[in-house]
Design a protein around this ligand. Structure first.
Ligand code: G
Ligand code: G
Ligand code: MN
Ligand code: NA
Length: 250
C-alpha cells in the first residue's frame, strides 16, 4: 500500500515524534509522570495517529526500528528534563516484536549509556498478550529490565489473557487499569475494585487509564487508585505544550 511505501522514508526523514500524556497523582493532583505516544508528522496529511501506522509497521518488519527510535527519543528527552530538574517518570510502550528481540536488553542499555538518561526516569509498558508465550525468556526479559533500573508496567490490564500466574512471577512495578473498567457504569465496577485489591495485595502501583469525568476520578480515588491518566486532565500533547502545562500554563 502507499502508507507502507511511505513509512521507511518517513523514518529516515525523522517524521515520527513523541507526544506526552500527563499522569496525575491522586492525592495532590500534580503531574508526576507521562506516557510517551508516537505521532507521525506527515508532510501532507498532518499528524497521523499510531492506530494507522503501528499495525502496518508490525506487519512489515519496521516496528523494531520505530520502537527503538521511540525509546531513544524518550531517553534523550528524559536526560534533558532530569538534568533541568524536571524529574517525572516517563513510560514508553513496547511492541511484541521488540519484546521478542533477543537484543532488547543490550539495546536499552546502550541507549541509556549514550543518552545519559537515568534508568529510574523510565518505565516500560508491556501488555498481557505479550506474556502468553510465558516461560524463562519472558521472566528473564522483565527481570532484566528491572535489573537495569527501569520500572515495568503491565498495560491494558484485564482485557487480555489474565491468567494471573505471571503477576506472582514477574516483578512488575505498576499496573494500568484498562479504560473499559475505568469507564464502566456503576453496576460494572466490581472488576475495577477487584483489580485495585489485587494491586494492594501484590504491592503494585495502580494507574487508571482513560479517566474522562470527575465522577470517574472521584470513585477511583476513593478506591485507592494512585495515579490517573486521561482526557479529564489532558490528551497526549506535543513537547512544548506539555512543558507549558508543567510550568503552570496551558
Ligand atoms: O494515544 P494513542 O492513540 O496514541 O495510542 C494508540 C496506540 O498506539 C496505543 O495502544 C499505544 O500503546 C500505541 N503506541 C503509541 N506509541 C507507541 C510506541 O512508541 N510504541 C508502541 N509499541 N506502541 C505505541
Ligand atoms: O498504550 P495504550 O493503548 O494504553 O495507549 C493509550 C491510548 O488511550 C491512546 O490511544 C490514547 O490516545 C488513548 N486515551 C488516552 N486518554 C484517553 C481517554 O481519556 N479516553 C479515551 N477514550 N482514550 C484515551
Ligand atoms: Mn500504554
Ligand atoms: Na493502555
Amino acid at each position: 500500500t502507499r502508507l507502507e511505501q511511505e513509512l521507511r522514508p518517513a523514518l529516515e526523514r525523522h517524521e515520527f515524534e513523541l507526544f506526552y500524556q500527563p499522569r496525575v497523582s491522586a492525592g495532590t493532583a500534580r503531574i508526576v509522570g507521562a506516557e510517551a505516544l508516537l505521532r507521525w508528522r506527515h508532510p501532507q496529511r498532518g499528524w497521523v495517529m499510531p492506530d494507522e501506522f503501528i499495525p502496518v509497521c508490525e506487519a512489515t518488519g519496521l516496528m523494531r526500528e520505530l520502537g527503538r527510535r521511540a525509546f531513544e527519543m524518550a531517553a534523550r528527552q528524559q536526560a534533558g528534563w532530569w538534568a533541568a530538574g524536571r524529574r517525572l517518570k516517563l513510560s514508553v510502550n513496547l511492541s511484541p516484536c521488540e519484546f521478542e528481540d533477543p537484543w532488547l536488553l543490550e539495546e536499552i542499555q546502550s541507549v541509556l549509556r549514550d543518552t545519559g538518561c537515568p534508568p529510574q526516569a523510565l518505565e516500560i509498558e508491556i501488555t498481557e498478550s505479550m506474556l502468553v508465550a510465558e516461560g524463562e525468556r519472558t521472566t528473564r526479559v522483565v527481570e532484566g529490565l528491572r535489573a537495569l533500573g527501569l520500572s515495568v508496567a503491565l498495560d491494558d490490564f484485564g482485557i487480555g489473557y489474565s491468567h494471573l500466574a505471571y503477576l506472582q512471577r514477574l516483578p512488575f512495578t505498576s499496573l494500568k487499569i484498562d479504560r473499559r473498567f475505568v469507564q464502566a457504569p456503576p453496576q460494572e465496577r466490581p472488576v475495577a475494585e477487584a483489580i485495585v485489591g489485587l494491586c494492594r495485595a501484590m504491592k503494585l502501583h495502580p494507574v487508571a487509564e482513560g479517566v474522562e469525568t470527575e465522577a470517574q476520578r472521584h470513585w477511583l480515588e476513593e478506591l485507592g487508585v494512585a495515579e490517573f491518566q486521561g482526557w479529564l486532565f489532558a490528551p497526549a500533547l506535543p513537547r512544548e505544550r506539555f512543558e507549558a502545562l508543567l510550568d503552570g500554563g496551558t
